[in-house]
Ligand binder design. Structure first.
Ligand code: FES
Ligand code: FES
Length: 207
C-alpha cells in the first residue's frame, strides 16, 4: 500500500487532542459561550490577616494573623512564648497543652481566632514573678523528666488534673494524664510529682 494512503495516526491523535482541549477550555476563554458562568466571583483575599485581641497569661495582645493560625503557632511564632512545645501538631502527644479558662486544651488543634475573650495560660504564666508553681517545683524534686520536651505540656496537664479532682490515686493520675506522652518514660516520677504538688496547690491556691 502506498504510504500516502496509510492513515496518518500522529495527525489523527493530535487533531483529537486539540479538539478535546479546545472544547474543555472553551468556557474559560473570554467571549466564549459559558465564559461568564465559569468566571469565579471576585472574593476577598482569604489570606488577609484578621485582627484579634488574645489574652495570654493575663495580658491582652492586639495581633493580626492568618485566620488559619493555630493557637500553638500564635504563641510560639507571634508572641515568642516557646515554652509550649510542638510535638506531633496533630493532637496526639499533649506537648502543646495549655489552659483555656483553666481547662486544658491542645493548642495545636485550636484556632487562635477562637480564643478571643478567653484566658490562655501557658507554662510561662505559671511562674509570672519567677516563683515556681508547686507543680513545677514537684517535677524538679522528683526528676519527672529527662529530655524535657514533653514537660511543659505535662505540667500544664498535671495542674488541670489536680484542679479537676482527678488526682485522687495513682491510677487516676495515670488515667487522666494519659493524653500526655513521654518518650523518655518518666511516668512513675510524674505520678509522684503530681502527688506532691496536689496539697501544695491547695495551700497556695494557685492555678
Ligand atoms: S503538638 Fe499538639 S498534641 Fe502533639
Ligand atoms: S522527658 Fe523526654 S519526652 Fe518526656
Amino acid at each position: 500500500m502506498p504510504s500516502s494512503s496509510l492513515p496518518n495516526k500522529g495527525a489523527d491523535r493530535r487533531s483529537f487532542l486539540m479538539a478535546t482541549v479546545s472544547t474543555a477550555a472553551a468556557p474559560l476563554l473570554p467571549g466564549a459561550p459559558g465564559a461568564a458562568a465559569a468566571t469565579a466571583p471576585a472574593t476577598e483575599n482569604p489570606h488577609k490577616p484578621v485582627d484579634a485581641i488574645v489574652k495570654v497569661n493575663g495580658r491582652d495582645h492586639q495581633l493580626a494573623f492568618d485566620v488559619r493560625t493555630s493557637l500553638l503557632d500564635l504563641l510560639r511564632e507571634h508572641l515568642g512564648l516557646t515554652g509550649t512545645k510542638k510535638g506531633c501538631d496533630h493532637g496526639q502527644c499533649g506537648a502543646c497543652t495549655v489552659l483555656l479558662d483553666g481547662r486544658r486544651e491542645l493548642s495545636c488543634l485550636t484556632l487562635a481566632v477562637t480564643v478571643q475573650g478567653r484566658n490562655v495560660t501557658t507554662i510561662e504564666g505559671l511562674a509570672p514573678n519567677g516563683e515556681l508553681h508547686p507543680m513545677q517545683q514537684a517535677f524538679i524534686d522528683h526528676d519527672a523528666f529527662q529530655c524535657g520536651y514533653c514537660t511543659p505540656g505535662q505540667i500544664m496537664s498535671a495542674v488541670a488534673c489536680v484542679n479537676e479532682g482527678h488526682a485522687g490515686s495513682d491510677a487516676d493520675i495515670r488515667e487522666y494524664m494519659s493524653g500526655n506522652l513521654c518518650r523518655c518514660a518518666a511516668y512513675p516520677n510524674i505520678v509522684e510529682a503530681v502527688k506532691q504538688a496536689k496539697p501544695a496547690m491547695k495551700t497556695a491556691s494557685r492555678d
